[in-house]
Write a protein that binds this ligand. Structure first.
Ligand code: IDP
Length: 162
């Protein structure tokens, strides 16, 4: 008999989401957040920043050898970036689906990149692609005190009791 209701058990997965400078300049922060809220996910952390070169390079370190790496880092550091942590059941995989493929021209309508983007280097938004990258990226972009522990009242209506 835990103090917390049983649907909280569904909500332990977290992912890192960032609206890139093109999404911020185009005024897509509100609509992007609305899509994740509409699905039933909960915001755990949120900030607007101009990322340092060090932060951008470590975020994309797996792409360091790619020909577009330099342009990608300049673009991300131009800012602003809206950095967020979202929480909920299967949130990592589901946010990737809501975002769509890397190349917006191959995305289904209804996805964020499919609805708002055209070029691969201006694809609006980032979402972690695995549990390990989510953990790495959340630590990279946020201090632990910036992550807010709260118990959204909507969980009672989004999740079945287990
Ligand atoms: P993802 O963002 O869909 O996870 P990744 O392969 O991790 O895709 O690439 C990270 C970001 O690098 C992409 O979102 C995109 O902004 C940029 N990128 C990837 N491939 C290309 C490319 O071929 N040209 C230019 N930019 C690219």
């Amino acid at each position: 008999s835990s103090y917390f209701p049983s649907w909280v058990m569904h909500c332990t997965e977290r992912t890192f989401v960032a609206i890139k400078p093109d999404g911020v300049h185009r005024g897509l922060i509100g609509r992007t957040i609305a899509r994740l809220e509409d699905k039933g996910y909960s915001l755990v952390a949120l900030k607007l920043l101009k990322p340092s070169r060090t932060l951008a390079e470590s975020h994309y370190e797996s792409l360091r050898s790619k020909p577009f790496f330099g342009d990608l880092v300049s673009f991300i550091t131009s800012g602003p970036v809206c950095a967020m942590v979202w929480e909920g059941k299967d949130v990592i995989g589901q946010v990737r689906k809501l975002i769509g493929n890397t190349d917006p021209l191959t995305c289904a309508p209804g996805t964020i990149r499919g609805d708002f983007g055209i070029d691969i280097g201006r694809n609006i938004i980032h979402g972690s692609d695995s549990i390990s990258s989510a953990e790495r990226e959340i630590q990279l972009w946020f201090h632990s005190e910036e992550l807010v522990d709260w118990n959204p009242s909507l969980h009672e209506w989004v999740y079945e009791k287990v």
